[in-house]
Write a protein that binds this ligand. Structure first.
Ligand SMILES: C[S@@+](CC[C@H](N)C(=O)[O-])C[C@H]1O[C@@H](n2cnc3c(N)ncnc32)[C@H](O)[C@@H]1O
Length: 183
């Protein structure tokens, strides 16, 4: 008989539900240091030498993702978050992200960006984006069916919104990487 301990089952299913498919090794690396994993995955797709100005949108008060981006070689990292804090070597815009902010940057980064998620995906029509969906469950207007609102699961909700906005993407584990066709 198989093991029915829910914690074990959850752990077994985790690489799938986190978007890692069958890649349990990458999933374990992500679990150990999610911000570092995220920054390294971004640097592979969008080399720091070619993407000088990076916007870390909704990085939160501790700036973990901004620090990880600096550590993998991005020179200019600007944090945009109303609840952000000033950190050494990084500039902060203590306000909400607006779609037209995107044009100032070579790369947009959103690590679980909650309320900025839809704006980031819209902005990805013009500027490359690395985006990890938030687990807080956005409710997509398109998922109103027969008068009922459904909160989409993070991965499928994000996929749907990329499609709605007509933004092509590739996936690296749970991260959506998008590069606009014309810049
Ligand atoms: C779940 S926290 C994520 C923090 C961090 N990225 C992390 O993963 O630990 C969401 C952050 O999004 C920020 N936020 C929400 N709406 C935003 C918006 N429209 N523009 C910029 N930041 C926003 C909040 O201030 C909060 O710090």
């Amino acid at each position: 008989m198989g093991c029915l301990d829910p914690n074990v089952l959850l752990k077994r299913g985790a690489p799938y539900s986190f978007g890692f498919g069958t890649d349990a090794k990458e999933f374990r690396k992500y679990q150990r240091s999610p911000f570092r994993w995220f920054a390294e995955a971004i640097a592979k797709q969008f080399p720091p030498e070619q993407h000088r100005r990076v916007a870390d949108v909704a990085g939160g008060p501790w700036g973990h993702s901004a620090r990880a981006l600096k550590a993998v070689g991005y020179r200019v990292v600007v944090m945009i978050d109303p609840s952000g804090r000033r950190l050494p070597g990084m500039s902060l815009r203590k306000r909400k992200f607006r779609v037209h902010d995107a044009l100032e940057f070579d790369l947009l980064v959103g690590f679980r960006p909650c309320g900025a998620s839809q704006k980031l995906i819209r902005a990805a029509k013009q500027v490359p984006l690395a985006f990890l969906p938030c687990g807080c469950g956005w409710v997509w207007p398109s998922i109103v069916s027969r008068g009922k609102k459904y909160a989409a699961a993070p991965m499928s909700g994000a996929t749907k919104f990329f499609h709605i906005c007509g933004v092509p993407f590739t996936r690296v584990g749970p991260v959506f990487m998008s590069r606009p066709a014309l810049r």
